[in-house]
Design a protein around this ligand. Structure first.
Ligand SMILES: Nc1nc2c(c(=O)[nH]1)N[C@H]1C(S)=C(S)[C@@H](COP(=O)(O)O)O[C@H]1N2
Ligand SMILES: [Mo]
Length: 199
């Protein structure tokens, strides 16, 4: 009692409480991609939401960029154990996009240019929890980090934040995406350390 360990003062203590179990802080911005990096011109970019009946809502880059933009400051957590604090993103809230879609389905699959997929419950994309981001730390997203636009879902492990995002499909039951089919957790809450399917 009453013993102060200087190693746990200041930023150290703050960092500890912001760090999910099993993670360490990095100041870098590592690149993790399962395949080659596509180069997508905004002119060929479009984003679609397809409901469970196959009805498609589509935004061109121009239409997407005319939507209201939000700035999000957040920590991100990769399942390979790095976390990065205070990243600043600009993007369009999924609430804004889903306001134009009628769906009764509870599950989504997010699709990227290049074929990557990841699954999320719809409720994790709504209520100010997810964005289609096109800028990070004051710069347009470069190709390696998912430009021109990527999903940002910071409350789940970062593999859910699909780079080069091109659309979302709605499903009545849970389907599994790329990493989720390869042994990673279907949900991926970093605070519960849901890394692998058995966690
Ligand atoms: N399309 C696509 N999105 C992806 C990935 C990928 O391989 N392809 N990797 C995921 C993983 S595992 C992580 S940790 C983050 C890495 O994003 P970064 O390269 O910008 O750090 O992107 C996620 N989104
Ligand atoms: Mo990752």
């Amino acid at each position: 009692m009453g013993i102060v360990n200087p190693g746990f003062s200041g930023r150290g203590r703050e960092a500890d409480s912001r760090l999910p179990p099993g993670q360490y802080e990095t100041r870098d911005f590592p690149v993790l991609s399962a395949g080659p990096t596509p180069n997508i011109h905004p002119g060929e970019w479009q984003f679609t939401i397809t409901d469970e009946a196959g009805r498609v809502k589509r935004w061109t880059w121009e239409e997407f960029r005319a939507l209201p933009v939000e700035t999000v400051e957040t920590d991100i957590h990769c399942v390979t154990r790095w976390s990065k604090f205070d990243t600043e993103w600009r993007g369009v809230s999924l609430d804004t996009l889903f306001a134009e879609v009628q769906t009764a389905a509870d599950y989504t699959m997010v699709h990227s240019f290049g074929g990557y997929t990841t699954n999320l419950p719809l409720e994790d994309l709504l209520d100010g929890q997810a964005w289609i981001a096109f800028e990070v730390d004051g710069e347009p997203l470069d190709d390696e980090h998912g430009g021109p636009a990527r999903l940002l879902v910071p409350h789940l492990y970062f593999w859910k934040s699909a780079k080069w995002v091109r659309g979302i499909t709605m499903h009545d039951s849970e389907e599994l995406g790329f990493w989720e089919l390869n042994g990673y957790n279907a949900y991926g809450d970093p605070w519960k350390e849901q890394r692998y399917y058995y966690d």
